[in-house]
Design a protein around this ligand. Sequence first.
Ligand SMILES: [Cu+2]
Length: 127
Amino acid sequence: MNIRRILLIPLLLCAAAPEVDWSSPQRVDIVMNDYNFVPNHLTFQHGTVYRLHLQNQGKAIHEFTAPGFFMAATVRDPRLLIAGGKEVSVAPGASVDVDLVPNRVGSYALSCADHDWAGMVGEILVK
Ligand SMILES: [Cu+2]
């Protein structure tokens, strides 16, 4: 690989990434309990920068499982997403901040992949 190509690769990666100003996200608090989300209906404006503050107040591990929502969003740190980009896992007593921009208007399913059977579900609306 010649030097010109080595220099070109990071340049191309930068050009491909959408430009987002992450400096002042709008915070949205979501509490995860055994077994529900509070609130369980979330509304976002597309193109707005949010910080989802996911706080697990339960005794079990909970997931914020929202594959369609995450797929249609720009997530600041994609390493927070597990299960192929479908969800964020939060340990009992822990909290995780997920900075993202919803990009596409629509309604998206929310669940905890482990506890949907217990009614741990919700809905996400992007306007
Ligand atoms: Cu759960």
